[in-house]
Design a protein around this ligand. Sequence first.
Ligand code: CO
Length: 504
Amino acid sequence: VSYSALEEHHRRIHQLDHACAILDWDQAVIMPERAGSARAESLSTLRGLRHELATEPRLLDLLDQGERERERGNLNDWQVANLREMSRQYRRAICVPRDLVEASSRAEAHSEQAWRVLRAQNDWNGFRPHLEEVVSLKRQTAAALSDALGCTAYDALVDGFEAGIGAAQIDVLFDDLRAFLPGFLERGLERQRLDQPVIPRGPFDTAAQKELGRSLMAAVGFDFSIGRLDVSHHPFCGGVPRDVRITTRYREDDFTSSLMGVLHETGHAKYEQGLPEAWLHQPVGVARGMATHESQSLFGEMLIARSPAFLQFAAQFIRDAFPVQTKEQPGAFEPRNLYLLSTRIRPGLIRVDADEVTYPSHVILRYEIERDLIAGKCEVKDIPELWESLLGELLGLSCRGNDKDGCMQDVHWPAGAFGYFPLYTVGALLAAQLHHAVQRDIPDLNQQIAGGEFGALDAWLRERIWSKASLLGFNELVIGATGEALNPIHFKQHLQRRYLDRVA
Ligand code: CO
């Protein structure tokens, strides 16, 4: 009885999340310019209601009674996991005092707004006090969560984005990559000098790019009856599992950035669309976390869409989309050239523009700084120096005096999202590990992909990842899907094959 009351309660919370997700999408995609302040009020009221529902005092009793139903053996595996997730969310929501929640939300909103202006002006000193305020409040929140959850402050923040993975595990994975990446980068750059792609010349009509993106989305299994593709300034995957909203942006001089971006977001979308129907409105029915999510987008983009097999399949779609350009430069649209084009290593200052070889270095840099920042081992004023020294060490680059493209480039810290960065690379490691496992299980996978057949691949992912939603913890999910704990060897071998051996 109590358990079913909990399900009913969480169904209502989910409906609010649904409405907020569509309002967020609308704000990023089609909202008129001056509607912003009214929208902000509406969203803040809905989020306030959500917080009230999520922290209702009667929930404590219901969760206790649900626990007794579990002890009596009245709940099945999914219900037990659902109760665990409800309880986890409740403990996270209840332990942070309301005035701290409000102060943080206000400070983060102001800091993000200030960041938009001050980043453009390269004004670190002007921005610093805003970030100091955000960090000070975040440390208080992390301390409260840490007491309630019995883990370190930083781990409590990571737990908010992906449960069951913490700094101890991340440190081991990243130390391994840290020892590998700088030397690999040098060898990869050396190797690619021998094999330069022809750069296709545009302009590439936006409508043709959109049609190309939509065709390939459909080919790889995106369900347009429960999803859309639109345009926004920063690409994302939003909405809810039965109404998924992905976005992209187009450049007329380069069709590959949008195309690969679309296939990345499609990876996120297929995970959402593949979540189990019966649990859609419950905490156990949502995607496991941000690392798992990124494993699905990077799997779709990096392991599949940028592979020779996929580009062999996609080449005809691309030629059909741009017949004039193909006639002028036929060699540029050959599968082999498209592959070289899609796998260029280009070390640079900007994380979101990074390739799969240099991306982890951008992440490790941010991870080491934010981990120490939350632990109180360094302060906001130290960030530019730490950034400069890690950037030199990991990528051989410098951004001294250019904080705009250094420590001010990302929205995460200004918006208070600490504990998120490492999950991008944890996701990349998992994507490579899943690819290794699926190739073992489907030996002719590359032939299937070259022929445009994605059914067996999707069935494999659906069974091991999508249909599991949040039934298992992160590490259990990884072991169940691949037969072993997260192991960076698969990512390193993938890079070796693709960038040094040039075979995959
Ligand atoms: Co992503």
